[in-house]
Design a protein around this ligand. Structure first.
Ligand code: G16
Length: 544
């Protein structure tokens, strides 16, 4: 087999964000763009010769073409084995599991997650390390540095590989395995949850369910697990066929984008349980009949009830949440005397804590929850966790949540996103806030007295690495918080995220609408960042 070395010129914008490199498809289709980034990854990894690489993606537009290019580059760069999901498909949590299970060196996951897909939309690529988790910052920075100096890439002269037939083939020195993308993952789920109990609860009609796969990767996984194995009625999984453009939708599981599901769950004929997942299957939205569970509450409920799930029956060693996630899980941790860590946004920050056995569960406000079973957040896992909880407690979602709030109080929570803001305006807002921070502590704004105002930085307790400038925090002496961050996953302009939270102990007030309960904080946040004056916007693009 002939290996070619192709001359190229560096691109200056291949700096990975919160989760890999995300750009418009058209950018990735630019001559050598994908090849340069992949070569930068391979060049910065040491000793890949003879190793195994896992490869798969969420099936979005350009997935298949990108996989064929990466296969040829992986061959040329000396990998000995490639494990590829059939059709080039692998959900992010399944990829994480397969890396771990087959002790691969790492994996390349092709996805822009919840971002829309199609010729004019987004594509992405991220590298996961041998523990199955997203590459930590020291890796992503090395990828970027290599990309800035890249002069050539290596590619094998090879016909396209048949991605659709399961089986193994040997091509000179490399073995290529096309595997069922669902089987290993389904087996893992059965080792964690009580599938007999779930079959019984679903079979008896105690649990009725609707899962919205949003025409993205979890379709085949949910069909197999929820309908085939657990016996949910055919049609329980909707929008189940992965499409390259997600049916023109935005595969982001929240009330704004999973509208069909939300409408059904608030209707008179709602099933007992509803859920949705995103483009690559790592996010989840949990709903019950007439109720939406915030991701922050979901994490707290999971932590409080983990012992009811067979896989966590021995208890948790600790929990973690990203900084902007509400403090609901902190209350559970304090009650059960569990260590609780606060990390920057980005799943990669949980990896060391999970590997070191410091935490079992972790989660983020951005509809991500997970555990030590893999090193990514995991949408279907969260769905099965909730189903198992409902079956064990014999309580509907609303009752589980209300009980939780009665015991721990309710952490009202909302995130207001201003998308596609002009980059200079967004930077101006951040600079303005940075200047404001030192003036705030001690100041009273109605009932809110600022107790601290700073920029979050994090020292990893395992390897001591320091991550600075991870979001602006304004904390009040009643425990409320306002947080400002610029998203690291968008592809158009800048997205300003405003996170708002307020704790309410009085159970008579728990049924308030979150936007109403947070109205004062929302006004204060808008006043601090001057978003309306500076952008001319009258309201957020999305509220979650
Ligand atoms: C990624 C990261 C998450 C992060 C989310 C939002 O999720 O893995 O850790 O919370 O982006 O990040 P940002 O606020 O910077 O946009 P996903 O599902 O998009 O891979």
């Amino acid at each position: 087999m002939k290996i070619k070395t192709i001359k190229t010129k560096p691109f200056d914008d291949q700096n990975p964000g919160t989760s890999g490199l995300r750009k418009k498809v058209k950018v990735f289709q630019h001559k050598n763009y994908l090849e340069n980034f992949v070569q930068s990854i391979f060049d910065s990894l040491e000793n890949i010769a003879g190793e195994t690489l896992v490869l798969g993606g969420d099936g979005r537009y350009f997935n298949r073409e990108a996989i064929q290019i990466i296969i040829k580059m992986a061959v040329a760069n000396g990998f000995a084995r490639l494990i590829i999901g059939q059709g080039g498909l692998l959900s992010t949590p399944a990829a994480s599991h397969i890396i771990r299970k087959y002790q691969a060196f790492g994996g390349l996951v092709l996805s822009a997650s919840h971002n829309p897909g199609g010729p004019d939309e987004d594509f992405g690529i991220k590298y996961n390390v041998g523990n199955g988790g997203p590459a930590p910052e020291k890796y992503t920075q090395a990828f970027y540095q290599h990309s800035l100096a890249l002069k050539s890439y290596k590619i094998a002269e090879l016909d396209d590989i048949d991605l659709d037939t399961i089986g193994s083939q040997q091509l000179d020195a490399i073995a290529i395995d096309i595997i069922d993308p669902v089987a290993d993952y389904a087996e893992l789920m059965q080792s964690i949850f009580d599938f007999d109990l779930l079959r019984e609860s679903i079979g008896s009609g105690y649990i009725t369910l609707r899962f919205d796969a949003m025409h993205a990767i979890t379709g085949p996984y949910a069909k197999k697990i929820l309908e085939d194995i657990l016996g949910a009625e055919a049609g329980s999984v909707i929008n189940a066929i992965p499409l390259e453009d997600f049916g023109g939708g935005h595969p982001d599981p929240n009330l704004a984008h999973a509208k069909e599901l939300a409408e059904e769950m608030f209707s008179a004929s709602a099933p007992t349980f509803g859920a949705a997942s995103d483009g690559d299957g790592d996010r989840n939205m949990i709903m019950g009949s007439q109720i939406f569970v915030t991701p922050s509450d979901s994490l707290a409920v999971m932590a409080a009830n983990a012992r009811l799930i067979p896989g966590y029956a021995r208890g948790l060693c600790g929990v973690a949440r990203s900084m902007p996630t509400s403090q609901a899980v902190d209350r559970v941790a304090a009650h059960y005397h569990l260590p609780c860590y606060e990390t920057p946004t980005g799943w990669k920050f949980f990896g060391n804590l999970l590997d070191a056995g410091k935490i079992t569960l972790c989660g983020e406000e951005s509809f991500g929850t997970g555990s030590d079973h893999v090193r990514e957040k995991d949408g279907l896992w969260a769905v099965l966790f909730w189903l198992n909880l409902i079956a064990r407690k014999r309580q509907p979602v609303a009752a589980i949540i209300q009980d939780h709030w009665r015991q721990f109080g309710r952490d009202f929570y909302a995130r207001h996103d201003y998308e596609a803001v002009d980059g200079d305006i967004a930077n101006g807002i951040v600079e303005h806030l940075q200047a404001l921070l030192p003036t705030l502590p001690g100041q009273a704004f109605g009932e809110f007295v600022v107790s601290y105002a700073d920029e979050f930085s994090y020292t990893d307790p395992v390897d001591g690495s320091l991550s600075q400038n991870q979001g602006i925090r304004i904390g009040f002496d009643n425990g409320s918080r306002i947080i400002f961050r610029l998203s690291g996953t968008g592809t158009v302009g800048a997205t300003l995220r405003i996170y708002l939270e307020r704790h309410e102990a009085n159970s008579n007030l728990h049924e308030l609408d979150a936007q109403v309960a947070l109205a004062d904080l929302i006004e204060l946040a808008e006043q601090f960042c001057e978003i309306k004056q500076r952008t001319g916007r009258t309201e957020p693009t999305v509220i979650t």
